[in-house]
Write a protein that binds this ligand. Structure first.
Ligand code: CA
Length: 315
């Protein structure tokens, strides 16, 4: 089986992340799945944005200068959908306003806007209807615990929107992803969701959830995860190590252990303009993960490059 290509926030290496143009481009490039990150607005509408903050990808600071919180950040949760719709989305910047990826499209454009989860799913279905090629969705529930602290339980609403668009059965072309292990157990065992689920595995220091990730990478943790989820989305750097003396790349065994537990493995994030340590080229990186580790899918900002690579595989 060749691995599935997940367009990470759309074809985000080419157009501003999570905008509909970036999703359309990823579809045209042949991605198997389009990713949505989901956060709640003040009026509880679910919108597609990666951060709970707005300041790194929109012009919120110039349009609503008085609306920052004491920490200096602008929160999606503090704006109604109507206000979010007035913002222009741009390429991701750092705190000082410089681009995170200097080689990417930098011009701001009124075409790039924020859409709701429902609007995006409608758009995806209309792409499929018009062009005939099926594409899956890969939505992530962002920071469910943080959202509850803000007075909104986003998970049931999120599953409701998916159901509205026909994503309900195990066979539906969707993977639901979350960093929060407790939330995934709730989704599977209390909310009785039948959709395919992916446990994202990050670093504790990122503060994505209160989940401790170290134990999840061990065989026992992976075996236990398999009672709830269908696969894991590990950070690329936890799947291999670089031998200092030789520069050789070795597996950490994580992918093997996950496969042994019966879990699919979809690592993140494969970027042409941000190669991880130890790899001289994007194809060398893909070669190691796809050919040597035999991963089942991958998140990439450059779906065209990965589609080209995996199409040559006949296994
Ligand atoms: Ca994500």
């Amino acid at each position: 089986m060749r691995p599935v290509v997940i367009a990470h926030r759309g074809a985000s290496g080419y157009l501003p992340e999570h905008t509909l143009p970036a999703k359309a481009l990823a579809y045209a490039m042949g991605a198997d799945y389009l990713e949505q990150d989901v956060v709640a607005a003040r009026d509880d509408t679910l919108v597609v944005l990666h951060d709970i903050h707005l300041d790194r990808v929109t012009d919120v600071a110039t349009r609503f200068p008085g609306r920052r919180r004491p920490d200096g950040r602008y929160y999606v949760r503090d704006f109604d959908l109507g206000e979010l719709k007035t913002l222009m989305v741009h390429e991701r910047t750092q705190a000082d306003g410089t681009p995170v990826y200097p080689g990417r499209v930098s011009s701001s454009n009124e075409v790039f806007r924020i859409q709701t989860l429902a609007e995006e799913l409608e758009f995806v279905q209309s792409l499929q209807a018009a062009h005939g090629r099926a594409v899956g969705i890969y939505p992530e529930i962002k920071r469910p615990e943080w959202h509850r602290g803000e007075g909104v339980d986003i998970t049931p609403q999120f599953l409701g929107v998916l159901a509205d668009f026909g994503y309900q059965e195990r066979s539906a072309p969707v993977y639901v992803q979350c960093f929060d292990a407790k939330e995934l157990r709730r989704i599977r065992h209390q909310l009785n969701c039948r959709l395919k689920l992916i446990q994202l595995i990050g670093e504790d220091s990122w503060g994505e959830s209160s989940t401790r990730y170290g134990p999840l990478r061990a065989q026992k943790g992976l075996d236990r995860l398999a009672r709830t989820v269908d696969g894991i989305g590990p950070w690329i750097r936890r799947a291999y190590r670089v031998v200092r003396s030789s520069g050789n790349i070795h597996s950490t065994g994580l992918v093997h252990r996950a496969h042994k537990a019966g879990l699919a493995v979809h690592p993140y994030t494969f970027r042409v303009d941000e190669l991880p340590e130890g790899f001289a080229s994007f194809d060398a990186l893909l070669g190691f993960f796809v050919d040597d580790l035999a991963i089942d899918g991958l998140f990439t900002d450059f779906p065209d490059r990965v589609v080209q690579f995996v199409r040559r595989i006949s296994r």
